[in-house]
Every structure is written in C-alpha cells, then in structure tokens.
Write a protein that binds this ligand. Sequence first.
Ligand code: MG
Length: 266
Amino acid sequence: MNYCSSLLVAVGLVSVMGAAAADKPGYTDTPRITGQQWRVHDADRPQPRIVTPGAAFSHGAPAPSDAVVLFDGKDLSKWTKGGGPAPWIVKDGYMQVLEKSGSIETKEQFGSFQLHIEFATPNPPEGTSQERGNSGVFLHGIYELQVLDCYQNPTYADGTVGALYGQWPPLANAAKPSGQWQSYDIIFEAPKVEGGKVIEPAYVTVILNGVVTQHRKALLGPVRHREVAAYDANTPTRGPIGLQDHGNPMRFRNIWLRPLGEYDKQ
Ligand code: MG
C-alpha cells in the first residue's frame, strides 16, 4: 500500500468514526477522563436510566429559618455580572435568562453548603441535545452541575441534566417535561487546599426532583468542554454560586443556601 492509499484508508476510518458519532450525540476524539475508562463527553458512554420523579418534590418549599435566601422572586440584589448589576429578567416570582447577556453569580462567596434551586426549561422546547434548555449551576463559580432539558432529548451521558458536566453522568435521568418546575438540592463539600495543593477534592451530592443523581462524587477540577478537568494551584476554598447563560431563556426561582463545614465556622 502506497502513501496515498494509506491516507485514503485513514481518512475513511475517520469518516466512519464521524458517522458513528453523528448517530449518537457526543464525541469520539476527546481525551480519556482521569481515572475513568470513558472519554470526555463520550458518545458511547451508557445513558443514565430514565426515572419518572414523584410529583412536586420540595417545589416551592419555604427556606429553612437559617438559610441565606439568594432569590426570593422579587429582585436580583444578591446577584452580579462582573461586579455590576445582574442583567436578567425578573417577573412573576422567577428570574429568567436574558439571552446573550452573560452568566451571573452571587455577590457572596461560600465554602461548603446545602443549596436549593428550582428551574424550568422553555416550553415548547427548541433545539436538540445541548442546545435545548441549557444552563448550569456553577458551584464555587467553576464546577458545573448541568441544567438541560433532558426530557426525550438524547445527549451525551456526562452532559445530561444532573451530571457534573464532563466528569460524572447522573445516576438516573429524572428530568421533568419541558416547562415544568424542577428542583435541585445540592450538598457541596469544598476542596481542602494546603500550600496551593488540593489535598482533598470537592465532593458533590445532588438530588434532582427527589432522585439522587450524584452520591458524594469527587470533582476532578473546574469544568472543561472537550478537555480533561484537573485542579490547579489556584483552586479556591470559597466561591460564588453561578448561573449560566447558554443562550436559552431558562427560568429559576426559590434559591436558598445553608453554609456548612469548617470554612463557614464563625
Ligand atoms: Mg450548561
């Protein structure tokens, strides 16, 4: 086989791989996730099983008495974009992403915490896979808990709602239909850092609509797209809660947080 025919065979193989990827959302050319057999956003990673959540788990529940209320349906005074005002819309007790205005985050920073947040994806839905009802809850502003309309909307496993994006798929797909209010209850344990080194990773437990999707999973580092996540020397032990503008008019309401752990002792 001469050089040209070798090249054609190689190109043919690449196009076959590309065709396989086109049938299933995701990637076949990304690096393998540290400590796992799967690639980042692996098209072949098994899908989380679908679980139908019970009705209205904790939706609209009042905040506990010691909670920091981050959004009570009235204003965005606890939120900012780059130090200025948060540019999103507030109406009828919820906030809505003002598309293309950028992501927002809390003014206050937190260490370890319990966080409650409710969201609704646009109805009727538009787009497919990662383009349908995409947002994210950014823990410490850098680790993404995926928000996505995953009701009858296939996507790659580590990009499903309830996933720690690019790292850990959810244990189940407990998505509700487009437009319905859904709830996240999150327990986040801040990483332990000594002398610029992460000696204990961050751990996250997530309950979506009453169904556990992450059970004290170790985060591998700040969120990455198509790259392997890893901690670096700048890993913070406190940070804000961020909400992502991914170009979809997502809604959020009833957001509260209870600080936990050693970084929050007075
Ligand atoms: Mg997202």
